[in-house]
Every structure is written in C-alpha cells, then in structure tokens.
Design a protein around this ligand. Structure first.
Ligand code: ADP
Length: 186
C-alpha cells in the first residue's frame, strides 16, 4: 500500500479544501466520506436514503454503514496504486480500529489535525451556506466532534501518527504547513 493519509479537523476547519490540494500535489486519491454521502443522497441510492436523516440532523451516520463504504472504496485499484488521503473518516475510534484493519498493520502513515478554533470554524460554516449549515445543525456537529472525534487525536497520538497543523491563515499558508508535514514523512 502506498501513502495513506488522514486529515482531521472540526467542521469548518477547511479539511475539504486542503485535502483536495494535498491529494493533487501528492498524486493520491482524495476520499471524502461527506462527498460520497452527498452524492448518494443526490442520486437517491439506498445508501443515500439511509444516510440522509442523520446528515440533515447533524448526526453521524452509523459506524457499520461508514466502515462498509470505506472498506469497499479502499479496495479499488486506483487506491492500491496511488495511495489515499481520507477526509471525514475515521470519525470515531471504532472507525479508526476498522481502518487500521483495512490498511493492515497499524493504520495510516500520518493523521493531520487541522486546528481551527471553534469560533472561527462556526463563522466559516455560516458563510458557506451548505444545506446542513444552519446554526442548530452546526452546533450539533461541533458538539459531536468534541465528543466522538476528538478522542481520535489520542488514538493516533498513542500510535505516534499524529501531527497538528495550524489551520488559521490564507489557503496558501495552510497548504505550505500541511505539505511540510507530509514531506517530513520518512
Ligand atoms: P462536516 O465535516 O461538516 O460534518 P462532511 O462533509 O465531512 O461535513 O460530512 C457531512 C455529514 O456526513 C456529517 O455531518 C455526517 O452526518 C456524515 N458523515 C461523513 N463522514 C462520516 C463518518 N466518517 N462517520 C459518520 N458520519 C459521517
């Protein structure tokens, strides 16, 4: 398996934008579970129907569903040749355990936490106007992030795979910090 990277960060921290830039730069496949779910909702597939209610309420889609989707996506040929940058997965420690198993060994090469304070993240989300970006769903997602996703930082830290990158600044500044972190990998 070539390079396997994970980008973490609370909602509104800019992971989507930066993940796309990084994937392009390193030639790895950008896998965004949020994008996959939104595409499924738009296409009206069974997955979309199952995920929509949770997404609209700002809740997490179940681990079973998410692990199934990612397991299937990571089995594709493009990923075994080019490697992957996961954006939006894992979101829970159960998903992290499953990812380690899917990738074999101890999991991804590096998890980057793109760090943006809550106040700034909330402001950014209100500015972008996605369907699920109303104030109630935003605060619900941020709450869930602290509860479910923040422990992931410990999960990666315990395995020596975590790096924290300051997400404040211009897109270029943040990208330079991120590529320095990835470039420092052995
Ligand atoms: P955000 O980071 O703002 O939550 P995403 O695009 O990453 O946006 O995800 C949108 C929604 O899709 C989430 O609110 C959640 O309902 C669902 N989702 C995406 N990835 C996962 C995941 N790994 N586990 C559970 N739910 C997920």
């Amino acid at each position: 398996m070539p390079l396997a990277l994970v980008i973490l960060g609370r909602q509104g921290s800019g992971t989507g934008t930066q993940a796309a830039l990084l994937a392009e730069h390193y030639g790895v496949v950008h896998v965004s579970t949020g994008d996959m779910l939104r595409a499924a909702v738009t296409a009206g597939t069974e997955l979309g129907l199952r995920a929509k209610a949770a997404m609209d309420a700002g809740n997490l889609v179940s681990d079973d569903i998410m692990i199934g989707i990612v397991d299937e996506r990571l089995a594709a040929d493009d990923i075994s040749t080019r490697g992957v940058l996961l954006d939006g997965f894992p979101r829970t420690t159960a998903q992290a355990d499953a990812l380690a198993e899917i990738l074999g060994g101890s999991g991804p090469d590096l998890a980057i936490n793109l760090d943006v304070p809550i106040a700034e993240a909330t402001e950014r989300m209100l500015g972008r106007g996605r369907d699920d970006d109303n104030e109630e769903a935003i605060s619900r997602r941020l709450e869930l992030y602290e509860a479910e996703t923040a422990p992931l930082l410990d999960w990666f830290e315990a395995r020596g795979r975590l790096t924290v990158v300051d997400g404040l600044g211009t897109e270029d500044e943040v990208f330079a910090r991120l590529s320095a972190a990835v470039g420092a990998l052995p």
